[in-house]
Design a protein around this ligand. Structure first.
Ligand code: DQA
Length: 147
């Protein structure tokens, strides 16, 4: 299976910004754990981060026909971006929405997710280990699609 993990704005500062909310692990730590898990699970993972909304749109377009599952932590664009939602709607594979924090326990403006209008599943509130949960869920989804 081919799995694309996309990270949006400010996630490059993981481990440095608001560690009481997002934890001490860096995005590089998480990427390394995902690479290990992918190898053990026999799936191909591509892990990326950008601070730019349009770049996320471009990457979702590239996933069309090339990727089985997109795992997306869109950061703050989760709560604002119709463009990302529309791009996800143009992608025919599975979509897993991912957040480190439980956004429903936080400010009201984080309760609306445009990504959720398209996501097949959502994993949130588990911190960095949520990335591995999402990876295994994605591999399971791709396996189920093949049977
Ligand atoms: C986040 C939650 C968003 O509300 C926030 O803007 C982020 C990170 C999370 O992973 O918990 O940047 O997506």
């Amino acid at each position: 299976a081919r799995i694309l993990i996309l990270n949006g704005p400010n996630l490059n500062l993981l481990g440095l910004r608001e560690p009481e909310i997002y934890g001490a692990d860096t995005l590089a730590d998480i990427e390394a754990r995902c690479a290990d898990a992918a190898e053990r699970r026999g799936v191909r993972v591509d892990f990326r981060q950008t601070n730019h909304e349009g770049t996320l749109v471009d990457w979702i377009h590239e996933a069309r026909g090339a990727v089985d599952v997109v795992i997306l932590n869109a950061g703050a664009y989760t709560h604002t971006s119709v463009a990302i939602l529309d791009a996800l709607r143009a992608f025919e594979g599975k979509v897993i929405e991912l957040h480190l924090s439980n956004t429903h326990r936080r400010e009201e403006f984080r309760h609306l997710s445009y990504v959720s209008f398209r996501a097949d599943g959502v994993i949130m509130g588990f911190g960095a280990p949520g990335y591995l949960m999402a990876l295994h869920a994605a591999a399971d989804m791709a396996d189920a699609d093949r049977d």
